[in-house]
Design a protein around this ligand. Sequence first.
Ligand code: MG
Length: 314
Amino acid sequence: MKRRDFLTASASVGIATVALPKRAQAESVVQGMPKLMPPEKPAELNLCLQWRTIPGEEIKAKLDWLESNGFQAVEIPSGDWPITNGEALKSAMVGRKLFIATACGPSDFSYAEPEKREAEVQKFLPVITALGELKSVGLILCPARGKVPMGFKELREDFVTNTGKRLAEHAAKHGTNIVLEPLRRNETPFLRQVADGARMAADIGPGATVMGDFWHMQLEETSFMGAFITAGKLLSHVHIAGLKARIIPGVNPEADNYVDGFKGLKFIGYRGAVSFEGGWPKNPAEPKKEIPQEQKVSLILNMCKMLREQWEMA
Ligand code: MG
């Protein structure tokens, strides 16, 4: 096309745009940006701690501590723990406002040998049954860790139609879920983004959900808010840690900003737990020892205050 012809053609496109029928113009103005619909029920900030982080030794003491310090949920260990301690935990939970969020522990469904993958399924079936009894939100699973022996396409297919699918079906039958956890690239190359986990959960169907861990997300996601929105109703759990170091939030307050992520959680009406998963700052007095318990308690309470303030800001 000659330059003169190009200019003429551009001009006619311009005229055509301006000459839209009046009704169409009005609709485009009304439609404009997409309408943002508030969730049916407003989101809630339900703060939660992992079992080893909760002050106290016995089950009752830990639950008492959580309740008296304004927590709403508790995260328990995975493995055999829910089976061994289920009855004791169930009776200790009677009459409390707390809910049992997830059970967290290692898993791997990427073995090259089908019998090893099957052993992993068989290992978790009774754990899921126990979690159902406890009315727990679900069992956290990572389909693959470290060097992945299976091809990604083969692993995804096997997890979505076989290993993960059967565990999710079992979970749905017992009133609980599997909860897929995306990790950092140095921990798994297979499942790193909340949107990917949400797609896998949707492909699996009932009993499958996804979670987001702020620590992993800050490396793998371009937007905390966007990532949570992509999960929508499939988001069943959230882990939180400092964003500069994987320690309790609030130690590096200049880095620990969760407002954007909390906006996403509010947008989708999230009412699950936000659970601290991480370590403690170094003990300057004795670098080889952990910080004293009273200092840990004060850091936990400092985190709660900071997260509640940021939730209000979101
Ligand atoms: Mg995590």
